[in-house]
Design a protein around this ligand. Sequence first.
Ligand code: TYD
Ligand code: MG
Length: 460
Amino acid sequence: MAKAKDTVFFCKECGYESAKWAGQCPACHEWNTFVEAPAEQTVKAAVRKVASIPSDGEKKQVPLADVTATEDERILTHIEEFDRVLGGGIIKGSLVLVGGDPGIGKSTLLTQVCKALSDDGHKVLYITGEESLGQIKLRADRIGSFTENLLVMAETDLDAIEAALSEERPEVAVIDSIQTMYRPDVTGAPGSLGQVRECTALFMQLAKGLSISIFVVGHVTKEGVVAGPRTLEHMVDTVLYFEGEAQGTYRILRGVKNRFGSTNEIGVFEMRSDGLNEVRNPSEFMLMGRPENASGSIVSCSIEGTRPILLEIQALVARTGLGNPRRSSTGIDYNRMNLLIAVLEKRLGFQLSECDAYVNIVGGVRINETALDLAVLIAIASSYLDIIVDAGTIALGEVGLSGEVRNVSMIEARVNEAKKLGFQRCILPKSALKTLQAIDGVELIGVTDVKEAIDRVRGK
Ligand code: TYD
Ligand code: MG
């Protein structure tokens, strides 16, 4: 039987579209990522339905010189951790995806954002497909009192939501969550790839057409956000991830994609009984509960966006009888860890091929910065040699393949952050000493290679 032409196949990972199914995606080379979904034409139909997109019927091509930028039209929530991750407030008419594990606090965060905005006089509409209005109220009661500016609506039908948005014209709307929304005229259950794509496309049009900033909640599945991480991420302006361990109290809001700002900012929150509290000094927070007199632990400083954050790096190196030693890294790149282990083997003669090695950045953050190399290397060495690194010491520096310790950016800001939290010693690249002014109360120990660094840790 001939196949209906209204479905296509596309890759969950990269969004590559094809008329035929394929085992391996020709674009991103991932296996088994092809799924069937309604063709683009239904999305286009939805787009056409939004009558109020400006410039319909008008001349569409205009001189760039005449275009007025709306870049600066931002709405501030005054929740600093949140505004900063967005790049300095909410851009008018932007579509923001807030992803995270179920139960991590996405609805709580967005309810608090709604409260902050509505208290400030902005009109906000919170649409839920997950809970009843009564359940929303119960959560809201824990957070505080709300003004008339915040409207709530329990709805999953996209047509009703579209009508409500067009009628109320709020400045900001929240859709909680994309997995529960559906269009009756599109095949597939709510949460299926076709529905999610369709809904997201419509929300994008509504955001731009009606100039409403829309936050869309997306639950993360094991493989990533909803129907494959990339597909949705391509469609929206900004992607934020809300992370943390459900049992722990800290939560980290991270920008993954941002058309209007940098993506390396993070916001740190603490979940309390009355909602999420901002953590203004994440360094102190990250170092809380540090073990005393334990080998394999050292502090370093990472720059996240504009802020220096101190982090504890832990390593555990244990002898193994197995031929294939186990290696695991949490918070840093796995390959980078292996590289540093190889440097220790080659330059210092450590017998790490007989040892399991685990490296972890405490606090659940993920850091992709080479400035932490030296600290990771020292943590591994400290555990291997079973020597304790003095608790008042931090380490900064990139490690090269010949074992040389190289300079890193913004070193002064990093050392100053360490000083603020009472650190007295800093092991850093010798080359940094040329530009770095003496910092009161912090002993700066310049090293040229990893051997020198390990010798200093050993107290030689
Ligand atoms: P929720 O925002 O419903 O998570 P999500 O929308 O991401 O699924 O929050 C879930 C958890 O947060 C829930 O286990 C209860 C907890 N919580 C608090 O600890 N304090 C609070 O003030 C609120 C509102 C929730
Ligand atoms: Mg929720």
